[in-house]
Design a binder for this molecule. Sequence first.
Ligand code: AMP
Length: 186
Amino acid sequence: MRLIFMGPPGAGKGTQAKIICNEKNIPQISTGDILRSAIQNGTEMGLKAKKFMDAGDLVPDEVVIGIIKDRLKENDCKNGFLLDGFPRTIEQAKALDVLLSDMSISLQHVLNLAVPDNELLSRLLERAKIEGRADDNEETIKNRLLNYNKKTLPLLDYYKNSGLLREINGLGSVDQITNIIRETLK
Ligand code: AMP
């Protein structure tokens, strides 16, 4: 199964992605996780990405497109994959279309977890306390939400037009939302 999980920061994409990937036995490909590990390993890509991430800005398209291009070629993607946090711009979505068509495969579902902005802000501030992520402070969070609304929201129409979009209400318990996702993927 080849899936995309979309949704604003704090919508619970990562949590749900982990559960679904376990159940379907497919890799969870999170560009955010890959970038954070590049920063930790001090790679050139990590150094380049860090200033964007710390400010709550999007990392340039060519960097994340390059990450996905390499990652999708790996063996564990043969049975499918779940993209978590990619694409985030129309440019990225178009590049993904080209990549997939070159590989002669296509997406099955694009799930969007919808949560209102005021709920996201309080969830993200709470997560900041627990996880201590460098980009989970109030100013950066507001910028991430702004970027999401400006650059990523237009993608919903892009996938609606291709008939792949499945809207999921992201308000509720983790279990409730997992169940809705399971039903949607059936
Ligand atoms: P995430 O863990 O998905 O919230 O991503 C954390 C940060 O990594 C984002 O705020 C961006 O700075 C960067 N990032 C992750 N994925 C992408 C992407 N697809 N395009 C651009 N920047 C990204």
